[in-house]
Design a protein around this ligand. Sequence first.
Ligand SMILES: Cc1cc2nc3c(=O)[nH]c(=O)nc-3n(C[C@H](O)[C@H](O)[C@H](O)COP(=O)(O)OP(=O)(O)OC[C@H]3O[C@@H](n4cnc5c(N)ncnc54)[C@H](O)[C@@H]3O)c2cc1C
Length: 503
Amino acid sequence: MKMKENREENFSEVILIGAGIMSATLGTFIKKLEPSWKIKIFERMDRVTAESSEAWNNAGTGHSAFCELNYTTEQEDGSINIDKAVKIAESFEVSKEFWATLVQEGIIENPAEVIRSIPHMSFVWGENNATFLRKRFEAMSKHHLFSDMEFSNDFDQIKDWMPLIMEGRDASQELAATRVDIGTDVNFGALATSMFGYLQESDNVELRLHQEVGDIKRLANGNWELTIKDLDSGKDIKYTARFIFIGAGGGSLPLLEKSGIPEGKGYGGFPISGKWLVCNKPEIIEKHNAKVYGKASVGSPPMSVPHLDTRMIDGKRALLFGPYAGFTTKFLKYGSYMDLPQSIKWSNIWPLISAGMHNLSLTKYLVEQVTQSPEERLSALKEYFPEAELEDWDLKDAGQRVQVIKKDENGTGVLEFGTEVVYAQDGSLATLLGASPGASTSVSIMISLLKKCFPEMEASEKWRTELTRMIPSYGKSLGADIQLFEETRRRTSDALQLDYSYS
Ligand SMILES: Cc1cc2nc3c(=O)[nH]c(=O)nc-3n(C[C@H](O)[C@H](O)[C@H](O)COP(=O)(O)OP(=O)(O)OC[C@H]3O[C@@H](n4cnc5c(N)ncnc54)[C@H](O)[C@@H]3O)c2cc1C
């Protein structure tokens, strides 16, 4: 997409819808690459990062595939495919490169408020799961991205790694665990807030809160016109832009539908809400120092893998367990119960119905989760912390995810658990749907978006030089080049004050 001069009132080159981590990342990239472009950001809430990007609304795991078992699959011949794990781990290294640059430039003032080292561990029980974990360890630890991984099926060793999980556990049970010390806990809310702070202080950028985008339409001159309700005055105001990014999280699908682009036809959304059990007892919180991920139960969606997580939020250590899934028709935590019904159109009604028919195990799982009693929630926690007691834990709402339902070539709906960016053919509009692996890979997602929407500029020397300054490995593969990877991890870990190893 080429940018031409335009003097309309309320015109800006770029409009970003939603003030979450995705708009923050894209806005920061564009500001660095084209400082003279006018950027407007509209957010319906009265603060930034109120939805999924807020620290308590997500798990804060820096997804590197160290502990998330759903990123590695067992093939029919029994071997373990680590391709997805490598891609996610590489993406996270690229995210850290960008964040390290933000630290060096003073955009992130205190890296410890944004990202911290915390061991990432996987923990399973039963013979089949233990065999899977050992094979996974053998396949992964050969790759330089995962060479720090350790494996154990020794009760005392695992107890040393995760004492809380092993207290009161039957020593005859077959157990296995892996450990990677250089995992991370990320406060994506604090990270995005740093970037919005930088954008607000920059020339040509306006961040407007309490402004809800209601309609999007294409004008004859190719620009986009947005109708935006000022939620304080109740007035509708129109703004135009050459390029728009719909980074509205769960609210993206309805806006994509409003834009009317043919590429958006046939998409549907399936909302899944989440809850955490949050520990209220400091003595217990202190005893755990890891993110420990288990195996998802049969029929459950991949992102519902249970985990017992140490978090550091606003300088305070916390311990949470979950997520417990739930169903609501809201697309946003602070959304409307009409979100799902209003998103149903002729073009996506069959994909929605057929996806439901093909995912009966998910429906059953959600019904079971929604109807869980506090005691049933406790028994799920006890699988990870056998001595847990109900009064030490409070139930807290997590963020809302809207899983993508996509039409396949036969017109049938397929439920996807990943992230998908839908582009207008000329690259003048991009929408981010879905939520996994999410914020951890926000930098790579936005780099792909820049390549797709601004191909000539991305190929120009000016942009390449700036992109390589911000992300020194730009255009190269950290998964393929060990030396580059070691240099990169050392540099980013130093800047972000993280533990590192490149043995
Ligand atoms: C339970 C849970 C756990 C997760 N765990 C992890 C994890 O451990 N690691 C990880 O990397 N990712 C995780 N994620 C995913 C991650 O949180 C998301 O990928 C990421 O926060 C999405 O950012 P976003 O900017 O797209 O959306 P959001 O942060 O949701 O921001 C969208 C913004 O758009 C605004 N908006 C919506 N509609 C409109 C409108 N019409 N007009 C104006 N503004 C609008 C909303 O108010 C909101 O502020 C998790 C998500 C959930 C729900």
